[in-house]
Write a protein that binds this ligand. Sequence first.
Ligand code: SF4
Length: 754
Amino acid sequence: MNRAEERGEELVAVRQDGRLKQLLRIHLGPGEYPKEPSVGTPPALTPALFSAYRDLEDLRYDFPAVLLEADSERVAMPLSELIDELIARQAPAGAAGERLRRDLYRLERTIKALSTNAAEQRLDKLWAAATERCLSQATETSRRKELRSNLQTARSAVNEQGRVIDCDAQIASRFFTHAWDCIQSEQGRQARETLEELIAELTAIIDADRMRSARATSADALRTAMGSEHAGGIDFERLSSMLRSSKHQRPLKTSRRKRLHAVLKVLEAERRRLGTGNGKFPRRSQVAESIGDSCVDALARLDAELQHVVELFKAVRIARLEVENRYDEARHDAYFAAFDQNHLTTEELRGLPPLFVHMEDHAFDAENKSALVEILTSDLPIKVLVELRTIPDTLSQVAGPAGFGGWSTSLASMATGLRTPFVMQTTVSLLPRLETEVVEGMRYNGAALYCVYSGPAEDTAGVSRYLRCASAVESRAFPCFVHHPGRGEEWAERFALLRNPQPEEPWPIHNFNYEDSDGRALVQEIAFTAVDFLAMDARFAQQYVPVALEDWHPNMVPLGDFLAIEDTKAFGKVPYVWMLDESNTLHRVIVRRGLVAAARRCAELWRSLQELGGIHNSHALRLLEAERRRAIQDPAPESTAAAAPAPAEVATAAEVSAPKAEGEVETTAAPVTDQAYIDTELCTSCNDCTDRNAMMFAYNDAKQAFIRDAQAGTYRDLIEAAENCPVCIIHPGKPVDPDEPGVDELLRRAEPFN
Ligand code: SF4
């Protein structure tokens, strides 16, 4: 049976099944497209897999986190990790160790409660407050004593100090600003050390020369320089004469002396500019100045700095030549006279004062978008954090034609394709675990882009920001990856998928345990997809339609299985997800087709990322297969055409089809006609064809489509409508105009639908 015949049978089956028809109408019908950012009341139904995360208070995860002080080895760490390390170091074996472990977990829970939705506070203060709260809850005196001792001893063993933060609306800004501050301190110190070193070496050359000059080597000058307490017994006249006569101690040439002074002046001015105080370096105000909120401004600022940087690097290069005594006036004078920005090396360009730009996705106008592209295609040391507040545009199908943001998710993938910038895509929920990678981007000698999803600016009551962001990664709506050009030339070295659960799979699969109405314990394997992620957003509530138990149908398929079926073979199936209502009752919920399309798109993008990350890489798999065949000397497989049964065999198979059962209704095969028609009663009123050509397609009184006038457009219009009809019920027939351009190709495309 060919595909057209199969489709004919499927159509008949659907036509005869009123309940299935109704379920298909729900799945394929139009849903309302949301327009506004996600705020407001949480949805009434939540994905079944969220049941384990309803109460985050009792779960240990990566928040709160500690932003560590600048002199620590790391810039941040989850509080849970700090406590675990402490237990590993401090808890003795046996019952006492077990009590210490429990005390520290209790302290961690209390710190978490104190820091949830609170402004950031210092760890030592929170530790003290949490200790007091824990003690106030201990009733027995002996237990109180042990608890106090355990918590105080543990506190004195904590090496880390810093501020405790929660996963709130400001988390991206706080985390990145803190990391930037730490890295600027480290790099600023290194830059100043290099500068100080050069200044000291130049000064030594100049001082030595001064000591040899006629004035400096006069007997009086030597006597004064030596001081009266060291002068006894020294013949300054003889010393002066000796210094002046040594052929190796000739004074510097005037031109060289002038050059050294000029260079020293530039370097000392730079030292003054950076600040020579004894306090923290670089100063907080200098770090703050390096943080901006516009890509356009960052480029303008570096442009303004360029002339200064040209002078500085010219001075540095001359200084190095002088220190190594390699400056050759015949060669270098002309070179440095013409020195401008074109002479700067890539490394030196990257030595421009680094800047950090933080912009939210909605703030990117056309100018900033093009400035961002300029930054990413340059070697400039500008680090850009693009914070995504809106839903990733991998899901834009559910947002309707307007889409969300439109470019935000593709941005990180596109920037990765440029190969030179450092790129990271993640959500804020993973930041404490990705601090090493965040810092690597800041240390990278060139542009860096961080695309970070943080959820809506306003909190939604009842929806945890941490859970929302964690499920964006888990569902493949916003996978996490890093592209670090500094790690090597090969993709395998520079690209990594990080912290995406079950990275080998299209979707993470989890067991869901529940009880049926008879109290039997059951377990279901459930795929976690973008549809689960979107369920946290009240705007999509209309896209989830629960079905009463009595309306369940054998053609209802769990979404994970539905997504594994090829699009063209999914006809007649209705995808559903398991969701819980507020009373914890489980429902099968039909998912509208817009959500399914969004999930399919996420799967496609995830597949590309898997390939880049070396998972199921198609080139590698082909090579392996070729090798396997070669090893067993297996001939190449026959082509599909050669493997197909001969026409005679097909005829035989048709002849032996099962006899019609008693009472079975003769199937109403699709009418054989050259004229275009629609199986109107199967129409789901999705508007696709009527929006495409309202003269050609129209709705009847039951809001189901029919062909109003097949000649109100071209045959191509008909074919395209047929190809886009979600239930494949538009039959284009034969062309009215047999001479329409490209008619042969159009007839081929029409075949599956006639
Ligand atoms: S016939 Fe038109 S309106 Fe009906 S389902 Fe197909 S495309 Fe949608």
